[in-house]
Design a protein around this ligand. Structure first.
Ligand SMILES: C[S@@+](CC[C@H](N)C(=O)[O-])C[C@H]1O[C@@H](n2cnc3c(N)ncnc32)[C@H](O)[C@@H]1O
Length: 240
């Protein structure tokens, strides 16, 4: 049974995830930075640095949401970043932000499902995803489609929450993540479930070597995991 945002609803995970992000899109950026004390910004920067040597020209940002990872990818000086997402609300917020920053000639946001990407194979020099893969309905299918659209020799860079393993951080963090974060999230986002779904979905999601196993299964090689901030999040890299 996969973890879904709204347990009392009949819709599948993908439709529920899109609805949830539509509901919280206006408060998403504020909550992200508040709940992580801004650390999420440094995580995205570190992940993008891992592509510095590759100098990718065409980058695909999957589950782009409000576009923060796509914007961060501009540090690599690409010709274009295309961001796709299944939530219209998140994309609308992202488009506003990109227009205000006058970046619309470099970043293009579109509706798109990671499990059915509408791009030809071997198109992108790099594929990036931040905090998206945990929300996929079918993780293997999503990763396999990323592999398909990536050029041979290209890299995938993924950031996702992971589970800290060491005492006492594990215990302290779990308390914050399970009891405090959902209360703040509910108050500000006004969504009853979104910030309960967050710790539950992280708990159920494969991290570390388990995630690398799935990356290898769909074809990626030279896979690596780099834990961030005591293992609260991790960067995963793979090559085609
Ligand atoms: C936590 S947000 C991350 C947004 C952004 N990458 C960031 O770092 O802030 C997760 C995003 O994944 C999107 N998403 C979930 N499943 C998806 C799928 N199958 N295809 C594309 N986007 C998806 C959601 O709509 C949501 O905008």
């Amino acid at each position: 049974m996969s973890v879904v945002p709204y347990k009392d609803q009949q819709e599948g995970k993908k439709a529920q995830v899109a609805n949830m992000f539509n509901n919280i899109s206006k408060r998403y950026d504020l909550l992200n930075h508040l709940l992580s004390l801004g650390i999420d910004i440094t995580w995205r920067k570190k992940a993008i640095k891992m592509l510095q040597k590759d100098q990718p020209k065409l980058i695909l940002d999957i589950a782009t949401g409000t576009g923060d990872f796509a914007i961060e990818a501009l540090a690599l000086n690409p010709e274009k970043v295309i961001g796709v997402d299944i939530s219209e609300g998140m994309l609308a917020e992202g488009k506003k932000k990109i227009k205000n920053k006058k970046l619309d000639h470099l970043i293009e946001l579109q509706m798109g499902d990671s499990e059915k990407l509408l791009f030809e194979e071997n198109k992108f020099d790099a594929v990036i995803v931040s905090f998206g893969v945990r929300n996929f309905e079918n993780l293997e299918k999503g990763l396999a489609d990323m592999f398909r659209v990536l050029k041979p020799g290209g890299k995938v860079v993924i950031i996702e929450f992971s589970k800290p393993k060491k005492f006492p951080l594990k215990q302290g963090y779990n308390f914050y993540f399970k009891y405090i974060l959902p209360q703040i999230g509910k108050l500000i986002s006004k969504d009853q479930s979104a910030y309960t779904y967050l710790p539950e979905s992280v708990q159920a999601f494969p991290d570390g070597d388990d995630f690398l196993t799935v990356l290898k299964k769909v074809g990626f090689t030279n896979t690596k995991c780099r834990p961030l901030t005591f293992g609260i999040s991790s960067i995963y890299i793979g090559e085609k």
